[in-house]
Design a protein around this ligand. Structure first.
Ligand SMILES: Cc1cc2nc3c(=O)[nH]c(=O)nc-3n(C[C@H](O)[C@H](O)[C@H](O)COP(=O)(O)OP(=O)(O)OC[C@H]3O[C@@H](n4cnc5c(N)ncnc54)[C@H](O)[C@@H]3O)c2cc1C
Length: 331
């Protein structure tokens, strides 16, 4: 049987150094829309230790209730303890729907929370809505070439893990917020792992999130040495170079340049995708770009579904021609 929505929409907040992550703000935007259409409230669950700062930042971001689970045991807890804590808090809060970001954290926690609660979970979703009182999600399959709409069935509140970038963040008006504690007994939970140290990535000068023009390179470039072709076009256009994940995994470019679900979300004026297939995990990080231009030799590449302009052909021929043209215009 489909899930009729009863009870609040509950967003599981992800935060770092007192700031909510972007994906949490996107969940709140989506959550507000769902709560309003379902005639229910929007709540957020914040867990960890020493949460005053993040609670303060979250106030007025459109939710009706902030549930705070503050416990020293959560200061450096591993995923198992966190998932247990969330599942127990959810039992106490009794929401109608749980939203979590499909971030690296959400990917780890979502299945464990769902197993703990015995509820239906759907990960990697690009949309969620309420249709005829039932929770319906949209999810990519076959590397993003197909999408399916799925009605969630089963007992208890369904858990939906939404891709970052699936929903834009809208500045939500301030609301009356009730800040309420929720307590969970974590003393008997076996800590199978503990965070000993957080190693922060070296700060890089490259900030692709601020660039107005991005030239993004994908695996279609065919070799590290050929990236120079993309660099030349980037310079000619006065932009910044970004990339898809395989280039980072191959060690060809730094992680600070990765666009997508496990990288950065960008929304430049121009996004030029060169040799990028357009997998959903990539699209979720760049589909808000104002103008998307794609170069790909495969006319059926999914990137063409989001591109405003597309060029079907070999990037190693097209990119140098564009560079020459850009230099002419600039000169
Ligand atoms: C949990 C998870 C998280 C992920 N996070 C991210 C993420 O944050 N960002 C991300 O990008 N990916 C991410 N991925 C990976 C993602 O699923 C894809 O595998 C990846 O985006 C593919 O990168 P690509 O398009 O560069 O390579 P491919 O899919 O290999 O595509 C290469 C494209 O280049 C084209 N091509 C080849 N040669 C040429 C040529 N000479 N000229 C023109 N076109 C050419 C091909 O037609 C093809 O379309 C994630 C995957 C998982 C499972």
């Amino acid at each position: 049987m489909p899930h009729p929505m009863q009870g609040d929409v509950l967003v599981i907040a992800e935060h770092w150094k007192g700031e909510p992550e972007g994906v949490t703000l996107q969940m709140l935007t989506k959550g507000r829309e769902l709560a309003d259409s379902g005639g229910v409230g929007l709540a957020v669950l914040v867990l960890g230790h020493g949460l005053d700062d993040v609670v303060e930042v979250l106030r007025g971001k459109g939710m009706d209730t902030i549930w705070v689970l503050d416990d020293p045991a959560l200061a450096r807890a591993g995923g198992g303890v966190e998932a247990h804590a969330i599942a127990e808090a959810v039992r106490a809060i009794d929401p109608g729907l749980i939203l979590i970001g499909y971030s690296l954290v959400g990917m780890e926690l979502a299945p464990a929370i769902a197993v703990g609660l015995g509820v239906t979970a759907m990960t990697n979703c690009v949309d969620v809505g309420i249709e005829d009182g039932a929770v319906v999600v949209t999810r990519p399959f076959f590397d993003g070439t197909q999408h399916a709409k799925i009605v969630l069935e089963g007992k208890g509140p369904p858990l939906v893990a939404l891709q970052g970038g699936a929903t834009p963040t809208v500045g939500l008006g301030a609301t009356e917020v009730a800040v309420r504690p929720v307590a969970v007994d974590l003393s008997a939970v076996p800590a199978r792992g503990q965070v000993l140290e957080v190693i922060e990535e070296a700060v890089s000068d490259v900030d692709i999130t601020k660039a107005e023009i991005i030239v993004a390179v994908g695996r279609g470039i065919g070799g590290k040495e050929k990236i120079a072709v993309i660099e030349e076009l980037t310079q000619a256009l006065g932009g910044l170079m970004a990339c898809s994940r395989p280039l980072v995994d191959l060690g060809w470019l730094g992680r600070e340049r990765q666009v997508g679900a496990s990288g950065k979300s960008v929304a430049p004026k121009v996004y030029l995708a060169c040799g990028i297939s357009g997998a959903s995990q990539h699209l979720s990080g760049m589909s808000d770009s104002r103008l998307i231009v794609a170069i790909n030799k495969d006319p059926n590449a999914p990137i063409f579904q989001v591109a405003h302009y597309g060029v079907v052909g070999d990037l190693l021929e097209i990119v140098p021609a564009l560079t020459a043209e850009a230099r002419k215009v600039a000169g």
